[in-house]
Design a protein around this ligand. Structure first.
Ligand code: GLC
Length: 513
């Protein structure tokens, strides 16, 4: 057995709580729903589960607007339900990590309400980013479109990098530091195995709040909004808290940045254990770009992570399918990318429903959409609801076992998902679900014997091949079949394969010759 901590090579399954499983029948997923599906996750073969926010929230951003960092929203259950979920997850051998949202709170948080009830210059206002002025203090725009500053009745402005209902904290105020150290302890004391840190590169803003130069819009490491050097002190303090608990508690940061070197700063030995590596998720279907991403990542960090989809982006079956005339290309490529990702050193994050091959739902009626991006852009941007449609579990019509019969899921499920339910796929050895189970089981059986380094093998144009100890992985991103690398047997493949040829949009694991 390798003696490395669990998170280094864990497969972590993201549960977007509102959309996973609804036990109460109100159409919204909940903690009891998750608890009932733990056997499914154990059988799938993941090592850990990440829960998106379930704390009390007015749901202006689906729970990423937290009004109380130490509770459970009644929509999702109770603290007792949470405790039961932790215990049962552990009994199934699953670790559990939870989201922490330190960049901003809800505007319904008692601190923000106190800030509004207090005068400019008061200590209550100093826990958020209030400024005077006839005009907004700078040119920053909200990530959800529109201005990043809103005005309160006495004329001051407050900063919200996301929706106006998500005021940004002032991390230069020590009270904010203390509060979050305590929030971490609250959940660690309840037995969580770690945290996913929301907008981890956002906490500190440039001290002068200088304008964003036009060339540095977006998640740039040089922007005055993101990745300020002071943020690293926060994670040094958080690491000390995590290390003071037994059992390898770990944190993964949501760090959007244009620079692998910037990403590496967050995972220095005394900071976060991991950070998401969004480069692959942002890349087109291309062997050249995949190779560059793998090389850059392995050169920059010692604990790499890989991810293809999450609750903020278009599902990768759809992303990969859009560039191809072949209607099956999206699913074929998604399965091939999974094999490539699982063959690499490091840990992999899966997003709920990708194991069912779910596509993005493009056709949601405007009145059903809830994402603030859709609302703030006045419908110009579709927003993220299309990747958040509640999962199809069983049966032949909505709610497909997501809610008890008669329940109405908070977003409508397409009727054609009848063919994609977990129940239906579980009985079909050719299904995406069966493929995920096989791939995850094989990875688990191999991982203790695989080295942390890979070696590139010669491969035809538009393809990649690398070896990692006894494992060889090859992926064909081109449009014609190519010869397989020399090998001593096929271990698994994402599509039909013979002993000598690798079809387009297919990946394979081989035993090295
Ligand atoms: C993160 C979350 C996203 C949320 C945003 C604001 O990017 O993943 O869903 O809207 O932070 O909290």
């Amino acid at each position: 057995m390798k003696n490395s901590p669990w998170w280094r090579d864990a497969v972590v399954y993201e549960i977007y709580v509102r959309s996973f499983a609804d036990a109460s029948g109100d159409g919204v997923g909940d903690l009891e729903g998750i608890r009932a599906r733990l056997p499914y996750l154990a059988e799938l073969g993941v090592d850990a589960v990440w829960l998106t926010p379930f704390q009390p929230s007015p749901m202006a951003d689906g729970g990423y607007d937290v009004a109380d960092y130490r509770g459970v929203d009644p929509l999702f259950g109770t603290l007792d339900d949470f405790d039961a979920l932790v215990a049962e997850a552990h009994a199934h051998g699953l670790r559990l990590i939870v989201d922490v949202v330190p960049n901003h709170s809800s505007s319904e948080h008692p601190w923000f309400k106190a800030a509004l009830a207090s005068p400019p210059g008061s200590p209550e206002r100093d826990r958020y980013m209030f400024r005077d002025g006839d005009r907004p203090p700078n040119n920053w725009t909200s990530t959800f479109s529109g201005p990043a500053w809103s005005r309160v009745p006495d004329g001051q402005w407050y900063l919200h990098l996301f929706a106006p209902e998500q005021p940004d904290f002032n991390w230069r105020n020590p009270a904010v530091h203390e509060e979050f150290l305590d929030v971490l302890r609250f959940w660690l004391d309840r037995g969580v195995d770690g945290f996913r840190i929301d907008v981890a590169m956002g906490l500190y803003k440039d001290a002068d709040l200088s304008d964003v130069p036009p060339s540095e819009e977006g998640f740039q490491s040089r922007s005055p909004i993101w990745s300020q050097p002071e943020v690293h002190e926060v994670y040094r303090a958080w690491r000390k808290v995590l290390d003071s608990y037994p059992g390898d508690r770990a944190a993964v940061g949501e760090v959007w940045t244009d620079s692998p070197e910037d990403l590496a700063l967050y995972v220095r030995p005394d900071e976060l254990h991991q950070s998401f590596n969004f480069a692959w998720l942002e890349a087109p279907w291309s062997a050249t770009s995949f190779r560059k991403i793998i090389d850059d990542t392995l050169a920059a960090v010692t604990a790499p992570t890989w991810v293809l989809s999450n609750h903020d982006v278009v599902r990768h079956v759809t992303r990969y399918g859009e560039g191809s005339l072949n209607p099956g290309a999206g699913n074929a490529r998604a399965n091939a990318a999974l094999l490539a990702m699982l063959a690499l050193p490091g840990s992999a994050y899966l997003y709920q429903g990708e194991e069912l091959g779910l596509p993005e739902v493009r056709e949601l009626p405007p009145e059903a959409r809830q994402d603030p991006i859709f609302k703030r852009s006045k419908g110009e941007l579709p927003g993220r609801d299309g990747c958040r449609v509640p999962l199809p579990w069983s049966g032949t019509e909505a709610p497909f076992g997501f809610s008890p019969d008669g329940g109405r899921p908070w977003l409508p499920q397409p009727p054609e998902w009848a063919a994609l339910t977990a129940e239906r796929q579980a009985g079909d050895p050719e299904s995406t679900l069966a493929f995920y189970r096989r791939a995850l089981a094989l990875r688990r059986s191999l991982r203790d014997s695989l080295p942390d380094a890979i070696a590139w093998l010669d491969a035809p144009a538009d393809t990649l091949a690398f070896s990692r100890g006894e494992l060889v992985c090859a992926i064909n991103c081109g449009d014609r079949p190519v010869p397989l690398p020399p090998h001593d047997g096929v271990l698994i493949s994402s599509g039909p394969v013979d002993e000598t040829t690798l079809a387009p949009d297919t990946a394979v694991w081989l035993r090295s010759a």
